[in-house]
Write a protein that binds this ligand. Structure first.
Ligand code: DQA
Length: 148
């Protein structure tokens, strides 16, 4: 039997504050709530997930680099780094691991500085605006993309 797919889920800066952070924009679920849902979904899909959060760009770059040989796909919400980080974009491009970009809010319906993503051109696709379902749909899309 083929071994299970392993998916890395990465949360960027300030997502550790979900639940209390601008709930009108990001909802009332905590990061732990979201992670628990993703773990339930992963079990249903028959894949393994490892979930990490960091407020630091370099730490996220390290996690993406360390994914080589360990993970077949990445789901990432880069938070504000979406709009600023060439380093995260380059890391995703460097590792060649299929990556889905997700956002709780619809970044295109918000301030203009959120309309540009450095990550989108190196991602398989992007899901934005569905709250926790952006993550859940992102995981599902990645599993389908990987043919699991
Ligand atoms: C976010 C959108 C970003 O613009 C913002 O900086 C975040 C969260 C989202 O999930 O909607 O931190 O990535």
């Amino acid at each position: 039997m083929a071994s299970k797919l392993s998916i890395l889920v990465l949360h960027g800066p300030n997502l550790n504050l979900l639940g209390t952070r601008e709930p009108d924009v990001y909802g009332k679920l905590t990061l732990d709530d979201i992670n628990q849902m993703l773990k339930v979904d992963a079990t249903a899909f028959g894949v393994e997930v490892l979930i990490e959060q960091s407020n630091h760009e370099g730490a996220l770059v390290d996690l993406i680099q360390q994914a080589i040989g360990r993970f077949q796909g990445i789901v990432i919400n880069p938070g504000a780094l979406t709009h600023t980080s060439v380093a995260i974009r380059d890391a995703i491009a460097a590792v060649s691991i299929p990556t889905v970009e997700v956002h709780l809010s619809n970044i295109y319906a918000r301030e203009i500085f959120r309309h540009h993503s450095f990550i989108a051109p190196v991602a398989v696709g992007q899901i934005s605006g569905f709250g926790v379902d952006s993550y859940r749909l992102g995981l599902r899309a990645l599993v389908y993309f990987l043919g699991a």
